[in-house]
Design a protein around this ligand. Structure first.
Ligand code: HEM
Ligand SMILES: *[C@@H]1O[C@H](CO)[C@@H](O)[C@H](O)[C@H]1NC(C)=O
Ligand SMILES: *[C@@H]1O[C@H](CO)[C@@H](O)[C@H](O)[C@H]1NC(C)=O
Ligand SMILES: *[C@@H]1O[C@H](CO)[C@@H](O)[C@H](O)[C@H]1NC(C)=O
Ligand SMILES: *[C@@H]1O[C@H](CO)[C@@H](O)[C@H](O)[C@H]1NC(C)=O
Ligand SMILES: *[C@@H]1O[C@H](CO)[C@@H](O)[C@H](O)[C@H]1NC(C)=O
Ligand SMILES: *[C@@H]1O[C@H](CO)[C@@H](O)[C@H](O)[C@H]1NC(C)=O
Ligand SMILES: *[C@@H]1O[C@H](CO)[C@@H](O)[C@H](O)[C@H]1NC(C)=O
Length: 477
């Protein structure tokens, strides 16, 4: 322990010294006015304050207190790096559309350790790597493949999952929904078969999601340590699959994500086995964490708003009635006609701000409101802040899915970015929405359910539940 402290003190002294020297050398340079704010302690910066959970649906107090003190654009320090946070809707939209010109996507150290040991390709966000990956992702999860092949599989998945839930006394929604998403996405990615595999992928990803944005202290016993351990196990399992595929004969080509990537291994120079593994890991994470949290939120809000649940049930009963036979599989047109369902999902995404904000790194100096944000800094666009704007959303803290009926598209575009925007918009947005829509369809037509306990929201700053939301499902007769 003592050695850790002395190491820490030594590092801080060294850094302060270097800063002093640099500042003296630069003092004659042009004066640049940085956005207001405090930087906290060196290294740890204000990370700890941001990590202090705020037990409410309201903005993390870290951000609200600073918006009050400094205005919507202020600077702080996260995990040792200067970060400018912006809750200004116009500026946020501007930056999102400047992708590759003024700013690019960037991950915190914790993320880059998890996703990109070979960081170069990841940080060089512009160019063909991104284009290639986006195309590959969309061709397996995009709306065309949803319409042409995934729809019936998703419906079967949801039906068998919910049947399993109804045989239990109590279901932890977030946990079980994460399990469901992981199993399905892993199957599309590398043919994972939960019936054959001994690895419990769902369990592993629960550990991983708990370790994200935890303080990166890699010693046994910490959340971060168990997160990295689970990550290694998942990677090893995928590596085994990948090696088997490379040895197998071409006739066994099944056309999943891994097969496509391996086929391109010789033609796309930036691809490597490790890179493919990291991308698959990133996709497993990106798809499961946010979708399962959103599903749990939807169930929480519905259980608190019986009125909305009634209207939702009516919408889906109407769909069943207009069919020849109630047991035919869902069609694409039916999915697209579930307007109220989408309003419920939008409203849950808005209230939950499942993604707190988007991280970008500035490529050039950016002028805003008389301040300069220097090149190389990280900007966190707190897009969620606009989702509580009372000028746009009346009674912003109430769950009111009906409000979406009257919203204008341009107002939505500026004040609602749950899936990001611009060229970096979430590649799985359509997949996530269809998955949730089908889930709600089967849930409200086949089952009655009640909340048993839990469901209090906590944000640290990734959205989660202080005590997991538990429900009990019963089949309708
Ligand atoms: C409710 C569920 C989801 C939410 C709220 C969500 C949110 C987001 C957001 C906000 C971004 C943009 C990040 C940025 O601009 O900095 C993003 C990117 C991305 N998401 Fe999602 N996501 C969800 C589900 C999914 C699913 C199911 C998949 C995969 C099947 C997925 C794959 C991706 C990918 C690949 C990107 C990167 C896109 C790019 O860089 O071009 N997401 N997501
Ligand atoms: C000093 O100025 C140079 C360029 O003028 C800049 O790249 C560097 O970040 C500055 N250093 C400090 C400590 O401000
Ligand atoms: C979502 O974000 C907004 C603005 O950042 C905030 O006011 C709200 O409390 C957040 N919701 C949750 C559940 O944290
Ligand atoms: C970024 O990508 C370009 C090609 O698109 C490449 O020439 C350049 O070396 C890359 N830079 C880094 C830092 O990886
Ligand atoms: C991906 O690229 C291929 C060939 O370059 C193209 O045929 C296909 O339509 C693209 N897919 C998507 C979803 O953009
Ligand atoms: C996760 O899914 C698998 C396969 O569907 C199932 O066997 C397992 O019980 C599930 N675990 C949880 C915690 O729901
Ligand atoms: C696992 O087995 C069950 C029951 O036999 C089946 O319904 C399900 O589709 C199988 N899962 C996979 C991924 O093959
Ligand atoms: C839900 O939000 C999206 C933006 O993410 C918007 O395009 C869509 O029109 C909204 N849906 C409804 C039913 O309001």
């Amino acid at each position: 322990m003592l050695s850790i402290i002395s190491l820490y003190v030594a590092t801080i002294s060294a850094i302060c010294f270097i800063c002093l020297v640099l500042r003296r050398r630069n003092s004659s340079a042009n004066q640049v006015i940085l956005p207001p704010g405090s930087k906290g302690f060196p290294i740890i910066g204000e990370t700890l304050q941001l990590l202090l959970p705020s037990y409410s649906l309201d903005l993390p107090s870290f951000i609200t207190t600073r918006i009050q003190r400094y205005g919507p654009i202020f600077q702080t320090r996260l995990i040792g790096r200067p970060v400018v946070m912006s809750a200004d809707p116009d500026f946020n939209r501007y930056i999102v559309q400047q992708e590759g010109r003024m700013a690019e996507m960037w991950y915190l150290d914790t993320f880059s350790k998890l996703f990109a040991q070979e960081g170069e390709a990841r940080t060089n966000a512009t160019g063909m790597v991104h284009k290639y990956l986006r195309n590959l992702t969309l061709s397996h999860f995009g709306s065309q493949s949803l319409r042409e092949s995934l729809l019936p599989h998703l419906e079967n998945l949801v039906r068998s999952t919910l049947l399993g839930w109804s045989s239990k006394d109590s279901i932890d929604v977030k946990h079980a929904a994460l399990n469901m998403t992981i199993e399905f996405v892993a199957k599309l990615l590398f043919g994972y078969d939960c019936n054959k595999s001994k690895e419990r992928l769902g369990e592993k990803f629960s550990h991983i999601s708990q370790g994200l944005l935890s303080f990166p202290l890699n010693i046994p016993g910490t959340t971060y340590y168990s997160c990295l351990k689970s990550q290694r196990e998942v990677m090893n399992m995928m590596r085994t699959t990948l090696k088997e595929r490379r040895r197998a004969s071409p006739e066994t080509f099944r056309g999943d994500f891994l097969d496509h990537a391996l086929k391109d291994l010789n033609t796309e120079k930036f691809l490597s086995e490790d890179f493919i593994l990291q991308i698959m890991f990133g996709l497993l994470f990106a798809s499961s964490e946010s979708s399962s949290t959103t599903l749990a939120l939807v169930l929480k809000f519905l259980s608190e708003n019986p009125h909305a649940l009634q209207e939702l049930e009516a919408e889906h009963e109407r769909i069943l009635k207009s069919r020849e036979s109630p047991d035919t599989p869902l069609t694409w047109d039916e999915v697209k006609s579930m307007t109220f369902t989408l309003q419920v999902i939008n409203e849950s995404l808005r209230l939950g701000n499942v993604s707190l904000g988007l991280l970008r790194r500035t490529l050039k100096d950016i002028q805003i409101n008389g301040y300069t944000i220097p090149a190389g800094w990280t900007i966190m666009l707190v897009t969620s802040a606009c989702q509580y704007n009372s000028d746009v959303y009346k009674d912003p803290l109430t769950f009111n899915p009906w409000r979406w009926k009257e919203m204008q598209p341009d107002v939505i575009a500026k004040n609602f970015m749950p899936f990001g925007g611009g060229t970096r918009q979430c590649a799985g947005a359509e997949f996530a929405k269809v998955l949730m829509t089908i889930f709600l369809h089967v849930l409200v037509t086949k089952y009655r359910w009640e909340k048993i306990k839990g469901g209090e929201i906590v944000r640290n700053p990734i959205l989660g539940f202080r005590n997991a939301l538990h429900v009990k499902l019963d089949q309708k007769d």
